[in-house]
Design a protein around this ligand. Sequence first.
Ligand code: ZN
Length: 191
Amino acid sequence: MSAPDRPAPDAAAPDSAAPDHRRWLQLTLDLAREAQQAGSAPVGAVLVDASGHEVARGRNRVGEAQTPEHVGKASVAHAEMDLYFSVGKLENPQSLTLYTSLEPCLMCGGASALLGVGRVVWVTDDPWGGSGRLIAWADHPAMQDTEVLPTPDPDLERQGALLFAPEARRAFPDEGWALWRKRYPTETADL
Ligand SMILES: [Zn+2]
């Protein structure tokens, strides 16, 4: 289900359909489950180059201690920031695709655009915390180079919604949870 203001996956450029989105989106869900098992929020991210090779991976670490290798503890220790801090300076960022299990927040979406990452693809919408609707990706001059491809795989989208829904309910009470229930009624029905 796509909101009218978002481009449908079919409307993406021809080369957008070619990459193996499912493989990478599946990996972000695996990383999200790893984060959950470690006591953090279930979100994962992978950065992939134009040849289809993994450049870096990250996962949410908000529930874990800070280490020399990873951001942690702070509530901004999101999967994408974990990834970006670990990878250092990006080579040819416009050729890279960031895959995430959840629509990036304003911080992580903004970081992706600031770094000039060519494309951001996510498994599941975050109707409360996601930045896809907060950032006017196509209008802001600093963000024109980042293509956004939401939820290209309905089966994985549902898996991602089921995985994150309990965290959404905990972290986004009231209005945020209401938006989640509206966006994913089936996946939130038993919570
Ligand atoms: Zn974030």
